[in-house]
Ligand binder design. Sequence first.
Ligand SMILES: [Zn+2]
Length: 309
Amino acid sequence: MTHQFLPLKLSQFILVTTLALSSIAYAQQSERPPFQHYYVQGNVHMFEPANTNGNPGALIGDDGILLIDSHFDFSVEDLLASLGEVSDQEINFVVNTHVHPDHIGGNNKLAAYGVTILAHDSVRLQMLEEIRIPRRGGSYSPAPAPAARPVITYSEAISFHLNGEEVRVFLAPPAHTGGDSFVYFMGSDVLHLGDVFRTNMYPIIDKYNGGSFHGMIEAMGLAIGMAGPNTKVIPGHGAGPSDREGMIVYQQLLFTMRDRVQALMEEGMSAEDIIAAEPMADYDERYGGIPSWTSVDVIPIIYEELSER
Ligand SMILES: [Zn+2]
């Protein structure tokens, strides 16, 4: 008798297992993909990683793919899979907006696939050595492999001509680092500003690699001046594409930080006093939620730059 029940039990087991597996599959499907795809405008797309750090952009068309930033080494396969869902074209070029590992980390693997890497002159020089990173009070990342280095570098500006438009890559004023590239997709009317522009946290000024708070205000002014009402803007960090209005909000944040620190300095406060006074408390909910970099990290940099004036 027992064996007659066996198929039933087995089928029950299979049913339960199938339900369990399908619920796991459903859970996986309902979770956010490793890279969230956004169609931005014209020929330009955005591939936002789960933590929105180091958002890659891509110009996609019949001439192939121009990728902006290569994210981390470990996520190249996920990034390629996301790109593959949008286009079967090859990636021909990568532009690194600056030297941080969430923007250059995928270079090594992409170079092995035959992708040509371009960045500002200074990024290549910074990649010859161990890279110092400002978050968490400063940490180090090993020097990237020689194959990960840009093979084309520029000093002031350079243009790609592909997919029916000009893509202008140019050096921003010293801001997030001293080698920040802005990328303007002229036909699509889309800007990728790397980490000079972020929508989810306070500005990171990387003093180890030539960054400047005052330069960041200037760089945002430059980008705002270039943008029209229909321009779309990809932030280095933050969810989804932004626009001219979003850049103005961010530049206003920079002005507010500067003016509040300045006012407290004029009262004779030290950098420590100013941090203790929590002058950005009303902005912390929006911009201060990422513990590795908060207003406590930015205030001493603003203080130092204002002291030098
Ligand atoms: Zn960065």
